[in-house]
Design a protein around this ligand. Structure first.
Ligand SMILES: CC(C)(COP(=O)(O)OP(=O)(O)OC[C@H]1O[C@@H](n2cnc3c(N)ncnc32)[C@H](O)[C@@H]1OP(=O)(O)O)[C@@H](O)C(=O)NCCC(=O)NCCS
Length: 164
């Protein structure tokens, strides 16, 4: 995308349900952000989440120049004993199109879907060493939740993975 086509796309962006034709641009944006191309993963995410259903949402912000960003969210019922709650577990905006409100519009659309699905709370999980994503979610009004993520290594599986 050139800078001028970005500006044009930015002014005319629509938030809509992701479609199979968006796959190449979703894969490309994610690869730019994470450095890893995961075509099969994103194909599967489209299959599972791009539905006519506000409990499972895969949305894109798209204009004439293509996809500027995307977000995925899901309502999860009674997970860890908590009442049904909306979870946002991916949000990505093309690095050259950031700071123009695209992320805000995507998150708002996901939250509108959650509200239509009847939930009153939205949660997400992020790397505590990621100040960009933290600043974004804080700017949207999100605050620390009363949850603690825990993890441990499975020694045998980790040793096997290191051997591969
Ligand atoms: C986080 C992200 C989605 C924000 O998208 P965006 O379109 O730039 O966000 P917006 O323009 O709507 O910004 C909204 C607010 O977020 C905050 N924010 C966004 N980018 C910021 C930055 N670089 N530094 C500080 N605050 C920032 C600001 O408060 C901003 O409001 P302001 O412009 O009035 O100051 C985008 O930066 C991104 O995709 N980052 C990579 C995400 C990632 O790693 N995803 C993989 C794991 S899910």
């Amino acid at each position: 995308m050139t800078k001028s086509s970005e500006s044009t796309a930015d002014s005319a962006l629509l938030i809509r349900k992701a479609a199979p034709r968006d796959l190449p641009q979703i894969v490309a944006i994610d690869a730019l952000v994470t450095g890893i191309e995961k075509r099969e993963y994103w194909r599967e995410m489209l299959r599972r989440f791009a539905r006519r259903d506000s409990r499972r949402q895969f949305l894109v912000a798209a204009g004439s120049a293509g996809v500027a960003g995307f977000a995925i969210g899901e309502v999860r019922d009674w997970e860890f004993g908590a009442p049904p709650c909306g979870w946002v577990f991916a949000i990505d905006v093309h690095p050259q199109l950031r700071l123009h409100g695209v992320g805000t519009r995507l998150l708002q659309a996901i939250c509108d879907g959650f509200a239509r699905a009847g939930v009153t709370r939205v949660r997400t999980l992020l790397d505590r060493d990621d100040p960009l994503v933290l600043s974004f979610f804080r700017s949207q009004g999100m605050m620390a939740a009363p949850l603690i993520p825990l993890e441990m290594e499975l020694p045998a599986a980790a040793a096997e993975a290191r051997r591969r």
